[in-house]
Design a protein around this ligand. Structure first.
Ligand SMILES: [Zn+2]
Length: 201
């Protein structure tokens, strides 16, 4: 399975990963349950949390519980940003109310529902590949309509747009690359980068 994602580092324990995410190199780890290896790399075969057993040198991915809740208004979702246009972002929703869903739903979020602050363009606040926590504001439409307006909502994981390394939060909506020191802006959730993905509002 070809994957264009840049491999910058071995993933951390408890890090949320997706099918096809590169986790580690086969020189360092054995591919455990929830993973597969090809061409010197180990990839995740499921959406779930990374578990690293340093004693056995084994990396596994624990899938989230397999139940598919029906989208409802005000439900909290997790998703990955798969498209960014001038006015709208498109999100592949992989979890509703802390439960993994399959197949995924598609959600769109209009620029007016991204931030209370005025945005010239949406990419000041959200970029392709970001993992976000959002709220469903209209569950009756296809795609679902979402909002990021709340301090608990917004980007929760993001990678550098230049080098692909992990971004760390250095200010309210400011992120800094852990590798190349590039500074980026995002509409972050209050707990960005904590690895805490679920949330009860
Ligand atoms: Zn960087």
């Amino acid at each position: 399975m070809a994957n264009s994602e840049i491999f910058d580092r071995t993933k951390d324990s408890n890090e949320l990963v997706f099918p096809g995410t590169r986790l580690a190199v086969t020189e360092e780890f054995i591919a455990g349950p929830g993973t597969y290896s090809t061409d010197d790399y180990i990839y995740s075969s499921v959406a779930g949390l990374v578990i690293i057993d340093l004693g056995k040198h084994e990396i596994t991915v624990m899938p989230k519980a397999k139940m598919s809740p029906i989208p409802k208004n005000n439900a909290i979702i997790l998703g990955k940003v798969v498209n960014v246009s001038r006015q709208v972002i498109t999100v592949s929703v992989f979890s509703i109310e802390n439960k993994e869903i399959y197949p995924t739903y598609t959600m769109v979020i209009h620029i007016s529902s991204v931030s209370r602050e005025y945005l010239e363009t949406i990419d000041e606040a959200i970029c392709l590949g970001d993992v976000i926590r959002a709220k469903i504001i209209d569950s009756k439409t296809i795609p679902l309509q979402g909002s990021l307006i709340s301090s608990q909502l917004g980007v929760i994981q993001s990678n550098c747009s230049i080098c692909g390394a992990k971004l760390n939060k250095i200010g309210r909506n400011k992120l800094k690359c852990s590798s190349c020191s590039n500074i980026e802006s995002r509409k972050t959730a209050i707990d960005f980068g904590s690895g805490h993905l679920g949330y009860k509002l």
